[in-house]
Design a protein around this ligand. Structure first.
Ligand code: ARG
Length: 463
């Protein structure tokens, strides 16, 4: 059995130091060192408040402030001696502060606990990630808008069940994702607004008897207000769960777009050409150009949703207030955030660089009897047929075209009349894919003029 020296931070009541295995399972410094900047910012705000309220002297607060700045620069320069024995980022920073400034360092932890400290640090970190996600999403939306603008009236097949359904415009398809990613931004912003309450000053769980000023620390750290209940402040991680939930939905949207890019860039579809910058080659098949970035983005939802489920499982059933289980909140959030940002950046690059193949889109739009609904609608409008009968008549014409191996516009007027004598030459106007999309002017419909109006609305929104 290997035991170490007593812990300098909490070893007072212990006769022996921890077993090496105890130390290994207990330590979080291996990952929570990522919170160093937030930890130091929180400590600086706390020390300034302790001085302003007369709990510590200005002289001690100044020594703490300068010491913390030195610690910050040491960590940033990469020559900070992180120690597993000191468990986590909070104790590593404080121990180094003590080496640097001596006695005043011991006063920093007055009216504070690692419980409110870690909740504050983690919130500050998640808040930054939310801002980064909004930024990444905004860039992606801009790339989609550029694609939509270039091809606002380009005709392509719209699908249901991945079967050609009705012609739509390329711009309309791009704008569908703009709507989705726009809602993702809304979800991140909602989460940010809800989480922006400061846990600092909740102390271990019950608050403190010192005359602290929680408004002051909340303001200094950019929070809207201090959290109103000390138990809740140290015990909840719903802010991280909300971030992960929004991230999961966003990753799901990314995954769907990625899947379309994989399909569209295949030789069978040729709807888009991905740039060389966002494609990879095969080590055995020289001709290959693979959409690896799209495939990896398609997969990212797996780990991001996994992190979400993981944190739910950690948090469920925990009694109030803090339990060490909660130390297991961080790695999953770090991993999910890193991968979301990477996926957003890669998708933005792919969308920005890709070329839509107008001809291939147009050609595919005219296959699969995609204007059959237009024909049925024409029968209703011009011959006053009930829609069900029009549907039946159209179905017979589709069957006739299919038997002949041609498309609807290739049937002659006599062919048409043989199925319904009332049909006139005017029907051919609605069988063209351009006419089809141009006619869909209902609000939210695929007509190019609608698409252009939506692009303008989004551009204004992004100003
Ligand atoms: N490293 C800990 C965590 O991440 C900090 C809080 C420790 N609090 C405690 N009461 N042991 O959760």
């Amino acid at each position: 059995m290997t035991t170490r020296t007593q812990n300098t931070m909490w070893g007072g009541r212990f006769a022996a130091g921890p077993d090496a295995i105890m130390e290994a399972i207990n330590a979080s410094i291996g990952f929570d060192r990522r919170l160093y900047a937030q930890d130091i910012a929180g400590s600086r705000a706390h020390a300034a408040m302790l001085a302003a309220t007369g709990i510590i002297t200005d002289k001690d607060a100044e020594a703490i402030r300068e010491g913390l700045l030195t610690v910050l620069s040491e960590i940033e320069a990469g020559d900070f001696p992180f120690s597993t024995e000191l468990e986590d980022i909070h104790m590593n920073v404080e121990a180094r502060l003590k080496e640097l400034i001596g006695e005043p360092a011991g006063r920093l932890h007055t009216a504070r606990s690692r419980n409110d400290q870690v909740a504050t640090d983690f919130k500050l970190w998640v808040r930054e990630q939310i801002d980064a996600a909004v930024e990444g999403l905004t860039a992606l939306i801009r790339a989609l808008l550029a694609q939509a603008e270039a091809g606002a009236d380009w005709v392509m097949p719209g699908f249901t069940h991945l079967q050609v359904a009705q012609p739509v415009t390329w711009g309309h398809h791009m704008m569908a994702y703009v709507e989705m990613f726009g809602r993702d931004i809304g979800r991140f912003r909602d989460a940010r607004a809800r989480m922006n309450e400061c846990p600092l000053g909740a102390a271990a769980l019950a608050g403190t008897s010192f005359p602290i000023d929680r408004e002051m620390t909340a303001r200094a750290l950019g929070f809207d207000r201090p959290a109103a209940n000390s138990l809740d402040a140290v015990a909840d991680r719903d802010f991280a769960l909300e971030f992960l939930s929004a991230a999961s939905i966003c990753a799901m949207h990314l995954s769907r777009l990625a899947e379309e890019l994989v399909i569209w860039s295949s030789a069978q579809f040729r709807f888009v050409t991905l740039s060389d910058r966002f494609s990879t080659g095969s080590s055995i098949m020289p001709q290959k150009k693979n959409p690896d970035a799209a495939e990896l983005i398609r997969a990212k939802i797996g780990r991001i949703l996994g992190a979400t489920v993981g944190l739910f499982a950690v948090m469920k059933g925990l009694p109030l207030a803090y339990s060490k289980d909660m130390q297991e909140d961080k790695e999953q959030v770090f991993d999910a955030a890193d991968n979301l940002m990477l996926a957003l950046a890669a998708m933005e690059g792919m969308v920005r660089d890709m070329t839509a193949n107008r001809e291939a889109l147009r050609e595919a739009a005219a296959t699969g009897f995609s204007t059959a609904t237009d024909l049925a609608d024409w029968l209703v409008r011009e011959l006053n047929l009930p829609f069900r009968e029009a549907h039946h008549v159209t179905g017979r014409l589709v069957a006739m075209a299919e038997a002949r191996g041609c498309d609807l516009p290739d049937l002659s007027l006599d062919d048409m009349k043989s199925v319904h004598p009332g049909i006139t030459n005017a029907v051919f106007d609605v069988l063209g894919v351009e006419n089809s999309v141009a006619s869909r002017t209902s609000y939210g419909g695929t007509a190019p003029q609608n698409v252009r109006a939506q692009i303008a609305r989004w551009k204004e929104k992004l100003e």
